[in-house]
Design a protein around this ligand. Structure first.
Ligand SMILES: Nc1ncnc2c1ncn2[C@@H]1O[C@H](COP(=O)(O)OP(=O)(O)OP(=O)(O)O)[C@@H](O)[C@H]1O
Ligand SMILES: [Mg+2]
Length: 221
């Protein structure tokens, strides 16, 4: 599902070149759940950003479900992302002045042509993430765990094959973190390919099959 070959991502500053990702080769199969570990600054967010088409490699090849994601033209890329990839960001990245429902349907905008279908998909995502009861509340008023569930619903609303999660439990207490893991288990059982960047030791022993990949100074170790 995800094939990365000889990936480099560097940033030039003055006369120094800083490698955030170096010589990455990684293959993630359809339906796999991969936990990406590494200390702060090791390149986890950069790698997720490249897989998710939010950032481009400096060199190397990145294929997502057979498409060269870093080479797709912008319009094609936004459609591809809307249909294939759901992202749960560390700080949720919700639009706090909108309601839960409004936040959740945002990824459908590039691909929507039937408002009735948009409503159905939004309702299904809210049900899956157990947040239907807060559908019409402004997300600024939600608790941390509830915001997280809105973020999960938004990530799954278009029924994407791939779910990327960046430090998904960083701002959650243990109970909500365990609930998050249950949601991930359910998505995994639905056949989604899941990649989770995290420091959280709760992910060391997931109750379902997963693979741990370690990043150190931008390299896989
Ligand atoms: N746009 C940028 N310009 C310059 N350096 C960058 C840029 N983006 C990332 N970096 C650098 O790349 C390295 C990896 O950053 P990244 O955010 O991927 O780390 P991370 O593993 O997600 O860390 P954390 O656990 O703290 O979230 C860092 O040293 C960071 O400063
Ligand atoms: Mg990060």
């Amino acid at each position: 599902m995800i094939t990365i070959e000889a990936l480099q991502r560097y940033f030039d500053g003055g006369d120094e070149r800083f490698y955030a990702l170096k010589d990455i080769d990684l293959h993630i199969g359809r339906g796999e759940c991969v936990v990406l570990k590494g200390v702060s600054g090791s390149g986890k967010t950069t790698l997720l950003g490249i897989i998710g088409g939010l950032d481009k490699p400096s060199s190397g090849k990145v294929m997502v479900d057979g498409e060269p994601i870093s080479k797709l033209p912008d319009l094609h890329l936004s459609n591809f992302r809307a249909q294939k990839i759901g992202i749960i960001f560390q700080h949720y990245n919700l639009m706090d002045h909108l309601t839960s429902r409004e936040n959740i349907l945002v990824p459908l905008i590039p691909v929507a042509n039937d408002m009735h279908r948009v409503e159905e998909m939004t309702d299904a995502a809210m049900k899956l993430a157990s947040i239907s009861h807060k559908a019409d509340m402004q997300t600024s008023r939600l608790s941390g765990g509830e915001k997280q569930r809105v973020a999960i619903a938004r990530a799954v609303v278009s029924d994407p094959d791939i779910i990327l999660c960046d430090e998904p439990t960083a701002n959650l207490d243990r109970e909500n973190s365990l609930k998050f893991i249950e949601s991930i288990q359910m998505l995994h059982q639905l056949g989604k390919t899941v990649v989770i960047a995290t420091h959280d030791p709760l992910f060391d022993d997931l109750p379902f099959k997963s693979r741990v990949v370690h990043l150190e100074d931008g390299r896989l170790v």
